[in-house]
Write a protein that binds this ligand. Sequence first.
Ligand code: APR
Length: 267
Amino acid sequence: MAGAGISTPSGIPDFRSPGSGLYDNLQQYDLPYAEAIFEIGFFHRNPAPFFALAKELYPGNYRPNPTHFFVHLLHQKGQLLRMYTQNIDGLERLAGIPPEKLVEAHGTFATATCTSCLQKYKGEELRPAVMSGSVPKCSACGGVVKPDIVFFGEELPPHFLKYLTDFPLADLLIIMGTSLEVEPFASLAGAVRSSVPRLLINRDPVGPFVWGRRPQDVLQLGEVMGGVQALVEALGWTRELQALMAAGKTDGWQREPIRTVFSSVAS
Ligand code: APR
């Protein structure tokens, strides 16, 4: 399970870190309150603030970091049942995690839908309008085209329901970089069997790691990359992670993997 905290090392702000989080830096959009920028009712009345923010966050300017590649390595080792992410930055796909191993619970910028006639678009088709600071309009009906990210007030994508079979099967749950403040995603943390170890890699204890600790819970508190590095070293996987990052998925949206703090360890 992952949240915005796994992408802050890639340069993308999270939502709630005091001072640096997105919700502390939206004054310029003159919102009634911060979360309005992701509320569907507000969006229908005034889509401009969201698209101004989308211009900052649009996929293509950021690259995955060792945390994303670690999850890819878990997959390569046959250990990844599924990655549930709240993030919309697309860095999991850029790190080479196969789409069928991903549940992007809060949607994705990779596709978009006209809010009037429901015509489908690729995220790339909206890029020119978003980057020019305008609101993307539907070529068929002139309606506003909205990226397929889940706004407050919208249903989560149907594939989120995979948790009903995945979580009872899991024999380890790793939770990284999330405040576990947003439902229904946050409740997944309690969906694994009580005997299953839950490893939290996060700056601070959150959710059930504060109010409902289980005997098998493990907390690795501090910087997420440091926590992942400690786990990778304990597993003896440092060189394999290095190799995976060096091979890094190169496509239109990514030049080469971010240089890793691990290089000092590996050499
Ligand atoms: N290392 C370790 N922990 C970090 C780091 C880091 N580099 N950066 C951030 N964190 C931690 C923060 O301390 C916080 O506990 O990650 C967590 C991020 O929490 P949020 O900012 O609330 O992000 P997230 O949990 O993903 O938010 C959930 O809220 O607004 C909605 O839809 C939005 O998906 C988002 C949801």
